[in-house]
Design a protein around this ligand. Structure first.
Ligand code: GUN
Length: 288
């Protein structure tokens, strides 16, 4: 069994990005990532902290815009509009989930597509669906494909099963796997007999946030297991959606949790931020 080590793959990408930043920017013009965080959700706060720390490590500039949980939609919209108009801000995203009174899809979509390093606007999602290569892609599925590529895992013709249909992971993951010529099945809360779908999977991507939903005995021998689940239990243990120990006995490759998908999500956001900043430096005619 081979561990799909997202942390190690991320380290390699970090070196490439750092070199590029040193070569192409000064500290004053370095790529700038702006983050909007609403409320005190501990998981969101922790993800944002990790993203800001990584931005710093890579030599980016970053800015955290933290609002109280009862902030109005108008206030967030005004801040997004200001950052959209600020030539110094290269990339901008709203950390999800948002409190119930806010419309996540609408607010994520308000980000200017040129600054959408998170890949969640209508323009980026539409480009993804149409197979257009110039758009930004949602960071977790893009990072997963990059991780699989780093280990030379063939996707063409494989049975891929995605468990979860979120806008952030499940839906775009299915599209990316299909673009790589996998045969894709998407499972969700209303799927009957999840076990039987999982048992057919050569490539399994679990992204539901239900700890150990996927049992080790369901795993097809030799399957590649990608676990995007990340749940912190009361005692601080972090669990994925797949029974890691039992699944490891059958899988050919498996991501650890933590240290598998998470680092790939973060480094993909950084790579896309760098891309946005490089476009700022050398805008193409259509973007002028
Ligand atoms: N919450 C969990 N994952 C993500 C992500 O990739 N982007 C944003 N904006 N919020 C998230």
């Amino acid at each position: 069994m081979i561990l799909l080590d997202g942390k190690a793959v991320s380290l390699g990408i970090q070196e490439t990005i750092k070199t590029e930043v040193r070569m192409r920017f000064t500290p004053e013009t370095a790529p700038k990532l702006c983050v909007i965080l609403v409320g005190e959700n501990p998981a969101s706060a922790s993800y944002v902290k990790t993203k800001c720390a990584m931005a710093q490590r890579l030599g980016f500039r970053h800015e955290l815009h933290h609002f109280p949980a009862d902030v109005s939609s108008d206030q967030i919209e005004a801040r997004i509009d200001a950052l959209n108009a600020d030539p110094d801000c290269d990339a901008l995203f709203v950390q999800l989930p948002l409190p119930k009174h806010l419309d996540s899809v609408a607010l994520a979509n308000r980000v200017r597509s040129e600054k959408d390093a998170d890949g969640l606007t209508r323009a980026s999602m539409g480009a993804l669906l149409l197979g257009e290569s110039h758009g930004f892609q949602p960071c977790t599925p893009r990072g997963i494909i990059r991780l699989l590529d780093a280990y030379g895992i063939e996707l063409s013709g494989k049975e891929a099963v995605v468990v979860g249909r979120s806008n952030i992971v499940g839906k775009p993951m299915g599209v990316l796997l299909q673009q790589r010529h996998a045969t894709v099945t998407t499972c969700h809360t209303k799927t009957l007999d999840l076990a039987n779908h999982v048992k057919r999977a050569d490539i399994l991507v679990a992204a539901v946030g239900v700890p150990h939903l996927i049992k080790g005995e369901w795993i097809k021998p030799g399957a590649v297991i990608v676990d995007a689940g990340f749940t912190k239990t009361a005692d601080g243990t972090i669990l994925g959606d797949v029974e890691f120990e039992a699944a490891s006995l059958r899988a050919s490759h498996i991501t650890p949790v933590p240290g598998g998908v998470g680092p790939m999500t973060v480094i993909t956001l950084m790579a896309q931020t760098l891309h946005a900043a490089l476009r700022r430096k050398t805008p193409s005619k259509s973007e002028n």
